[in-house]
Design a protein around this ligand. Structure first.
Ligand code: PLP
Length: 398
């Protein structure tokens, strides 16, 4: 999955351009920067790669979500519908703008279950935030229909699914806005970084300003910029953008390797009669960053995990049900409302109800699910060996 596995000369060259000029800031210092505008170039590359009108780089995927929510006008007391299975950044961002995360069950696609989304809509709902988990997508047709019916915003968290497509369009570019993460373990990396993409000129103008203290970037220099709106600092540095610029040029290569490795591993796993695979709404659009598969019961899944662990080969295989970063079951800090900053009353009331909420539908999915990450550096022999090993472990628990 991660681009850091193939970090090399091209990344070093791009970073060296920045080091040689010494201009580590993405804005201003026009004369001293030797013509290098890495962040701007990376934004242009994101637009042309993902066929989207605008891209705003920021300092992380979490900052991308926060910025996107804010400029879409989502704030104090507004409800955002999001899945029980995601990364904690999704609810962190919602809480940070004063909004309320409303957690909803996932189905065997490991993403939002459209009927559960419908059932969660209230007069306070503003936005549906699907999370395209583990390299693949949510059922966007169904979610877009719900958004239209109820006049809701659609914000796609595509942080884990860079390069994946739904019906020919890149994830992230389909909703009102979408987010990517370029943290160290994502498909392409900046070290730390993220982006918001959108086709709306108005949303983009707000993204550009909000992520840089409200600067309208219309002055002759930074001092001459106006600040018609409040903003914050979620800027990316030129050093980070330089790494991303080298990485995005290699995205096609990374995706091709991922697909080749995925296809080979899946062909072996498909010969295990006791397992089934995650449902993918558009199979051809999968970024192939990982393979998610189901055992018939929680007991069998736990037996497989225990055996993989005992044999020292659990690494790269994720059992989300027990994980405390990705699944609601172990988000005790959220359920206990253990925050440093004070939350508003709508947030507190919703979070107080979280512990007693029934997530048995999600439990029944996640308790049986194992996700195997696809590495870019595997050889064919290693993949065959891994596949056969997984097969023998699964068969041994039946
Ligand atoms: C990684 C990730 C994020 C946050 O990205 P960072 O760059 O690590 O802040 C958000 N959502 C999902 C689903 C992620 O996997």
């Amino acid at each position: 999955m991660p681009g850091f596995e193939l970090f090399g000369d091209r990344e070093r060259q791009e970073v060296n351009d920045v080091l040689e000029s010494g201009i580590l800031m993405r804005y201003g210092f026009d004369g001293a920067r030797n013509g290098h505008w890495k962040a701007k170039e990376l934004e242009q590359a994101i637009c042309s790669t993902f066929h989207v009108n605008h891209a705003q780089l920021v300092s992380s995927g979490t900052a991308a979500l926060t910025t996107a929510l804010a400029v879409l006008g989502i704030g104090a007391g507004d409800e955002v519908i999001m899945p029980t299975f995601t990364f904690v950044a999704s609810f962190e961002a919602v809480l940070s703008v004063g909004a309320v995360p409303v957690l909803v069950d996932v189905d065997d696609s490991l993403t939002l279950e459209p009927n559960a989304v419908r059932a969660a809509i209230t007069p306070g709902t503003k936005c549906i935030m699907p999370v395209h988990m583990c390299g693949s997508m949510a059922d966007l047709d169904a979610l877009q229909e719900i958004c239209k019916e109820h006049d809701l915003l659609l914000l796609e968290d595509a942080c884990q699914s860079i390069g994946a497509k739904y019906k020919g369009k890149y994830l992230g570019t389909i909703g009102d806005a979408g987010t990517y993460s370029f943290d160290f373990v994502k498909t392409i990396t900046c070290g730390e970084g993220g982006a918001v993409v959108t086709n709306s000129d108005k949303t983009y103008a707000a993204l550009d300003a909000y992520s840089d203290h409200g600067h309208d970037h219309a002055g002759v220099d930074r001092g001459a910029d106006l600040h018609p709106y409040l903003g914050y600092n979620f800027r990316i540095s030129e050093l980070h953008a330089a790494v991303g610029l080298a990485q995005i040029k290699r995205l096609e290569e990374f995706l091709a390797i991922q697909k080749k490795n995925y296809d080979l591993l899946k062909s072996i796993l498909a010969t295990i009669p006791q397992i089934s695979f995650r449902r993918i709404p558009d199979e051809t659009g999968d970024s192939c960053g990982s393979i998610s598969w189901f055992l018939p019961s929680e007991e069998k899944a736990k037996a497989v995990v225990a055996k993989l662990k005992a044999e020292g080969i659990l690494g790269g295989n994720f059992y989300w049900y027990d994980n405390n970063w990705h699944y609601v079951r172990n988000w005790h800090h959220l359920k206990n409302i253990a925050t440093y900053n004070k939350l508003n009353i709508e947030q507190i009331e919703t979070l107080e109800r979280l512990s007693s909420k029934d997530f048995s539908v999600s439990d029944a999915i996640l308790s049986r699910c194992i996700t195997t990450n696809i590495s870019l550096s595997w050889t064919e022999e290693q993949i065959k060996e891994k596949g056969e090993k997984l097969k023998s472990v699964v068969e041994s628990v039946f």
